[in-house]
Design a protein around this ligand. Structure first.
Ligand code: UD1
Length: 431
């Protein structure tokens, strides 16, 4: 397994181009199951989760062409993909694919809507809490599906098709909102989703579905009204910028000091993160196609309290990164995780670098230390891994992060992007 080695303590200066959003691209790709025509997506990030989803879609019968080449020919450098689900040849989403990535379970709603049946493994994904599927299942049942759990699979049938329904989510769920949006787009009648997630990735999916002929009202709000159509058609669409990658590199500039321009993105996507960074003493200047993040290495970071919330609140996917920054603050910071249980696996690893963190239930009290010192640490999930990279950029000496396959799931060319700004970072190939 590969490792990443960083020699920290150097300020970063330069420009980083932000990739397309993994968490938008995944549901957009799944939406191709809803039509027999071709869906073409550009600005596709080159990360492992995308390849995993291509494998899953292909085994349902989807033909995938990456930048004009068939995936089967081994080309994976593409940034545009065409997906054609002329025929669904298999309705089973197997454990060995879905366990690698929870987003694979999103095929449940679209398969049911298109062909009336699906057998989808209960998912794996990041080890950050139990992450159940009850909201997906209850919503689809309200639309007329019969679903039971058998041998670790959700076995679903809708012999008479899906019908529009009024569904109120008890918890805000990005995945359940996406799954039911896609199912409702092909259902018979009107579906109302209340307490729907408002993440920008949901809006991106709504825009693609509209381009495919779907009728959806309420985008950007927590009440979505979908009038089902008998058929959807093909479309061409560009994936939105990755707001979590944007926020992560903004924190890289903040923790290492220096000045980084982030391009191919939008400051507005990370307004809640910018607010925290400004309070911590980081300068942010929005530009036409991104933002510039500056911190004078001589100016200390101030401690700020942060609580994760559904969008437009502070994102849970940026919790580990802000904790890394707070480890070197001048003061203390209370970081509270309200979305997932057990999302503090980075704490013992950050402590190995000299951080002073105490976890009490869903909150972590971070007391800033004058310096982090490099050590060997282990990546545990996607965002936890990148928080260790950020801490390594600030730490003196050498930090080695093991098990970086988690990073490769969601960050495109991370070492290259940081090295271009002057970071001393390289990958050690494992056996
Ligand atoms: C998505 C993101 C992930 C992000 C998360 C929250 C993708 C591919 N992943 O994950 O990076 O951290 O949103 O912003 O977009 N829940 C239930 N029942 C369900 C579904 C969810 O109780 O049926 C709970 C979860 O356990 C969690 C909360 O709802 O506590 C939010 O989860 P959800 O928004 O569904 O996360 P994902 O869509 O899996």
């Amino acid at each position: 397994m590969d490792s990443i080695r960083i020699r920290g303590g150097k300020p970063l200066y330069g420009k980083i181009e932000i990739s397309g959003a993994k968490n938008a691209a995944l549901p957009l790709m799944v939406a191709s199951l809803l039509t027999e025509e071709t869906v073409t997506l550009s600005n596709l990030p080159h990360v492992a989760d995308i390849s995993t989803l291509i494998n899953l879609l292909c085994q349902h019968g989807v033909k995938a062409h990456l930048n004009g080449h068939s995936e089967a020919e081994g080309s994976s450098n593409g940034r545009a993909i065409s997906l054609t689900a002329a025929q669904i040849t298999n309705t089973e989403a197997p454990y060995n694919i879905v366990r690698k990535m929870r987003a694979g379970a999103l095929v449940l709603g679209p398969l049911l809507a298109r062909v009336g049946k699906a057998k989808v493994s209960l998912p794996g994904g990041c080890a950050i809490g139990t992450r159940p599927m009850n909201l997906h299942v209850d919503g689809l049942e309200a639309m007329g599906a019969n679903i039971h759990i058998e041998g670790g699979y959700m076995v679903a049938e809708a012999p008479n098709g899906l019908k529009g329904a009024e569904i109120r989510f008890e918890t805000v769920s990005v995945g359940a909102t996406e799954d039911l949006l896609m199912a409702a787009a092909l259902a018979d009648g009107i579906t109302v989703l209340e307490n729907a997630a408002r993440e920008p990735e949901i809006t991106d999916l709504i825009h693609l579905l509209q381009a495919m002929g779907a009728q959806i009202e309420g985008e950007g709000t927590d009440r979505l009204v979908i009038t089902g159509k008998e058929k959807l058609h093909g479309a061409t669409y560009s994936v939105m910028p990755d707001r979590i990658e944007t926020g992560t590199y903004a924190i890289a500039a903040a923790i290492a000091g220096g000045r980084i321009e982030l391009t191919n993105t939008r400051a507005a996507l990370i307004a809640s993160v910018i607010e925290v960074l400004q309070e911590a003493g980081v300068e942010i200047e929005p530009t036409e196609n991104g933002l510039i993040v500056t911190r004078d290495p001589a100016t200390p970071i101030q401690g700020v309290d942060v609580q994760t919330q559904p969008y437009p609140g502070y994102p849970t996917d940026m919790q580990a990164q802000i904790m890394a920054l707070m480890c070197v603050s001048n003061g203390a910071s209370m970081i509270t995780e309200t979305i997932f249980e057990n999302r503090f696996m980075h704490v013992p690893e950050l402590s190995r670098l000299g951080a002073n963190i105490n976890v009490h239930g869903r909150s972590a009290m971070v007391r800033g230390v004058p310096e982090l010192v490099g050590a060997e640490v282990m990546a545990t999930d996607l965002r936890a891994s990148v928080s260790l990279v950020l801490a390594g950029l600030a730490a003196s000496g050498e930090t080695v992060i093991n098990r970086v396959y988690h990073l490769d799931r969601g960050y495109e060319r991370l070492e290259e992007k940081l090295a271009a700004c002057g970071a001393e970072i390289d990958r050690i190939q494992g056996e």
